[in-house]
Structures are given as structure tokens and as C-alpha cells.
Design a protein around this ligand. Structure first.
Ligand code: IPD
Length: 257
């Protein structure tokens, strides 16, 4: 955890500097609504260098540079150097550095850090989850009616997913009008873990967006599955999370939609 938090804090310091001068950053378009900036690349380089130095041989799966195989096949870092790039570019301080660690196919540690608010969410398998060094737990709400539910909107490119999302959104809205689209999946999951949001779902999501957050939610006492109630969130690019009751109600609503 020390290695991860140190690397994330260093990358976060760079992002905070770049956020202060965001209008000078060069932006490239990867796809509809999908951007990358020098800030993403710099943060990714920092994470790659720091983590490689501390744990030589571990592999990487990174948003901007893709997969880098390591000599140690049992460990993989899942890295999103800047989750919430659109928020960042629009001066909205809801973005995060997200680092998850997979060991022998299991997600075992996660760190999500929002440099703008200096909020650090960390968890290690079997050791609980912490928000700024204080233990965090998922919320205790039991019904969708009283819940705040976060979601993600699939990219325009996945037009079929879009239609599916609209149906799901209507079904969830019929049970709770209290819906948020924060724009940073790692923070959606961190907020579920901290009990700020009661549930979250998204289709078309990438492993680096959710690997760390999955550990946070589980260690905070919550449930995370794919949308078929299995544990293939990373390969199916679909996720549903929440406290036990809200996860069950949300998944049930989505599957009937
Ligand atoms: C995006 C954000 C967004 C989610 C997208 C992600 P990025 O990540 O997490 O909330 O809806 O699916 O791709 O591109 O800002 O790192």
C-alpha cells in the first residue's frame, strides 16, 4: 500500500499542477467523447516509473500505453492515470488517479486519489477500506427509493449499448429519481465504498477504470458483480456495485429492464 499511495500521490501532484493550467494543455481525440492530454501521459509515465522501480517485473495494463508484460507473470498493475478526463478538461474537479493490483488473477489492492479534493481511498484484500486514513463502510440504505445511484453513459461508438442504457436508466429512474453521472468510474466506486452513493452501474467500462474501485467496494463491505451477477467485470466490461441490498435491487431492476 505504501508503494501504491506514494506513486499515486506523485502522479496526483502533477495532475493538480496541470489542472491549474488546463487551458494550455494539448488535447487529442481518441474517439467520440474520448480525449487524452499531456497530463494523462505524464501521470501514466510517473506511475509506470515509480511502480517499476519499487516492484521490478510486475506487468502493467494502462489506459494510454496498453499492456506491458512483466517477467513476473503473477502480478499486474491496472492503471488509469486520469479517470474523468472530460471533467478535468472542463475544469470540473471530479477526476482521479486509479491503481489496482492483480495477483494470480485476483484483485488484491486498490488506490483511488482525487488530487483536486485531496481525497484518498485505499483498500487491501482482507484488510478493510480507508478514506483519508479512516475506516470506510458502504451505506446502510435498503431501498432504491431512498438511494443515490451513480451510473456511467456508454461511449457513442457503442450505439447498441446506448439503447440498452436508456432502457436501464428509465427502469432505475422509475424507482429512484436520485441518479448521478459523476464522469469518473473510479470515483463512482470509491463513493459507493465510502457510503456517499448507494449503488453504481455501467456498461462499456474498461478494466483500468474499475480494478482499484472493485477492491474498495468489497473491502468496505459492499457487493460488486458484472450485470449477469458473475465476477467477470473486467472481461465483460460491465459492472454493478452497491451495499448488499442496493446491489440486489439494482441488479434485479437492470436485468428486468
Ligand atoms: C471514463 C470515466 C467515465 C466512464 C467512462 C470512462 P476516462 O474514463 O470513468 O466516468 O463513464 O466509461 O472511460 O476516459 O476519463 O479515463
Amino acid at each position: 500500500m505504501n508503494v501504491m499511495t506514494a506513486a499515486v500521490l506523485k502522479a496526483g501532484r502533477g495532475l493538480k499542477r496541470d489542472f491549474g493550467e488546463v487551458e494550455n494543455l494539448q488535447v487529442s481525440v481518441k474517439g467520440p467523447g474520448d480525449f487524452v492530454t499531456a497530463a494523462d501521459r505524464r501521470a501514466e509515465k510517473t506511475l509506470f516509473e515509480e511502480l517499476s522501480r519499487a516492484r521490478p517485473g510486475y506487468g502493467f495494463l494502462m489506459e494510454e500505453s496498453g499492456a506491458v508484460e512483466g517477467s513476473d507473470k503473477s502480478h499486474i498493475w491496472h492503471i488509469d492515470p486520469l479517470d474523468g478526463t472530460s471533467n478535468f478538461l472542463h475544469g470540473i474537479p471530479i477526476f482521479a488517479v486509479s491503481v489496482g493490483l492483480e495477483r494470480e488473477g485476483q484483485l488484491v489492492a486498490g488506490v483511488v486519489y482525487n488530487p483536486a479534493s485531496d481525497e484518498m481511498f485505499v483498500a487491501e484484500k482482507g484488510q478493510g477500506a480507508y478514506f483519508n486514513n479512516r475506516r470506510m463502510r458502504v451505506s446502510a440504505r435498503k431501498t432504491l427509493g431512498e438511494s443515490l445511484v451513480a451510473c456511467g453513459i456508454p461511449p457513442l461508438a457503442g450505439i447498441e449499448r446506448h439503447a440498452r442504457f436508456q432502457t436501464e436508466l428509465a427502469a432505475v429512474m422509475a424507482k429512484t429519481g436520485n441518479i448521478r453521472r459523476l464522469g469518473a468510474a473510479a470515483l463512482d466506486l470509491a463513493f459507493v465504498a465510502a457510503g456517499r452513493c448507494d449503488g453504481y452501474w455501467e456498461r462499456g467500462i474498461k478494466p483500468w477504470d474499475i480494478a482499484a474501485g472493485i477492491v474498495l467496494v468489497r473491502e468496505a463491505g459492499g457487493f460488486v458483480t458484472d450485470l449477469d451477477n458473475g465476477s467477470d467485470m473486467l472481461s465483460k466490461s460491465a459492472i454493478c456495485a452497491g451495499n448488499e441490498a442496493i446491489h440486489r435491487h439494482l441488479l434485479d431492476t437492470l436485468r428486468k429492464a
